[in-house]
Design a binder for this molecule. Structure first.
Ligand code: PMP
Length: 398
């Protein structure tokens, strides 16, 4: 009998488990479309030139590493706030928006979840059906009951928007609604601008609490374009939360760079909210890391580097779109009868391919092509060398 005898083995993380299986696979043609990571056309994880430029500056003039303030690098927080709301926007100039540095987008979500739990302990959380696989567990771990709102319609290959509205309309006042600001993970289907207007209207009418998860700003149509959704919530006069991740947009996955922004009613209210966010941070990990946030802040606050970043991000975005088209064309050329053109109407890094669990398992076991059992494939891991093999493999299982 030991102290930990009663400890049960937790289930493996589905995506990380897939990675382990991929790493152990000896198939020389294997392709990992499981994990949500952008790879370049050579299958390499990019190290952006703008990031390297700042890191060179940092090693040329090394600085001591004292503790950061609880809310992180000040220049970072203000740059992220500008990115989220627009640098000259009213929420920024009025001082009623607050942004705190977070440990990745996940950290931003968790700070927000802890803050909301204290504010409204009995609120329920609604996430999309399906959603990023960590949303449910993250909000449950913060103490919330988590339910879902209708989102994906497999038969239609798109969003069940009527169902989504119906779910939101049925939610009790104060319900926290986690919305994917752009590039929905896992489906790749976003709602239209006109549909966003309707969501904003329901959120307002029902007095729901919007929590926008923006993990892919810039991967859809561009920084500003993808941020337009935030402007709709601002224009409606709502208060809300936004989590930001730079894991993908800066290819800084392991540096854990993210943030939480909260739009309040007034500057005075923002001060009170910030004081509470700091308590959530302080009691979890005291204060965040210097490196990644300094890199991102320097890029965002230096016009030439910022332009370079937007161009590098644009290259990633354009390459993903080109891969979507190649996938559609390649599947047709490989003999797939059904119309797969829906893949180009999806956006961001992922595609819900419509393949069944059995087909995904066959792809993995017989061809070494790894996606999740739900049929999700990371289009951002396709390249000019593996695309033909992936198309031929899919053609053999459908
Ligand atoms: N939200 C969504 C929708 C995501 O897809 C991800 C990352 N895959 C995150 C949050 C977490 O981002 P990070 O890795 O920066 O913690």
């Amino acid at each position: 009998m030991s102290l930990f005898t009663a400890v049960e083995m937790a289930p493996r993380d589905p995506i990380l488990g897939l990675n382990e299986q991929f790493n152990a696979d000896t198939n020389p043609n294997k392709v990992n479309l499981g994990v949500g990571v952008y790879f370049d056309d050579n299958g390499k994880l990019p190290l952006l030139a703008c990031v390297q430029a700042v890191e060179k500056q940092m090693t040329d003039a090394p600085k001591p590493r004292g503790y950061l303030p609880i809310d992180g690098v000040a220049a970072y927080d203000s740059a992220v706030k500008g990115l989220v709301f627009g640098a000259d926007s009213e929420p920024v100039t009025s001082g009623r928006a607050v942004t705190v540095q977070g440990i990745g987008g996940t950290g931003g979500l968790k700070i927000g979840a802890d803050f909301l739990k204290k504010l409204n302990p009995t609120a329920k959380v609604l996430i999309s059906d399906p959603s990023w696989e960590n949303h449910r567990a993250l909000f449950q771990n913060a103490g919330f009951e988590v339910d879902s709102y209708a989102y994906y319609d497999a038969a239609k290959r798109g969003v069940n928007f009527e169902g989504m509205l119906a779910s939101l309309n049925a939610a009790a006042a104060g319900t926290i609604v986690v919305l994917h600001a752009c590039c929905h993970n896992p489906t790749g289907y976003d709602i239209t601008a006109a549909e966003w207007d309707q969501v904003v209207a329901v959120v307002k009418a029902r007095n729901l609490t919007p929590f926008l998860d923006m993990a892919y700003q810039g991967f859809g149509y561009g920084i500003k374009e993808d941020g337009a959704v935030i402007g709709k919530f601002v224009a409606a006069g709502l208060s809300f939360l936004v989590s930001t991740s730079f894991s993908k947009s800066f290819s800084l996955y392991g540096e854990r760079v993210g943030a939480l922004s909260v739009l309040c009613e007034s500057k005075e209210e923002a001060g009170r909210v910030l004081s509470q966010l700091k308590i959530c941070i302080r009691t979890n990990y005291s204060n965040p890391q210097i490196h990644g946030a300094t890199v991102v802040a320097t890029v965002l606050n230096t016009p030439e580097l910022r332009a370079q970043w937007e161009s590098e991000l644009g290259e990633m975005r354009v390459r993903i779109k080109a891969m979507r088209q190649k996938l559609v064309d390649g599947l047709k050329a490989a003999g797939v009868q059904q119309d797969m053109s829906f893949i180009t109407s999806q956006i961001g890094m992922f595609s819900y391919s419509g393949l069944s669990k059995d087909q995904m398992v066959r792809l993995r076991n017989e061809f070494g092509v790894y996606g999740t059992d739900t049929g999700r494939m990371c289009v951002a891991a396709l390249n000019s060398k593996n695309i033909d093999y992936v198309c031929a493999s899919i053609a053999k299982v459908v």
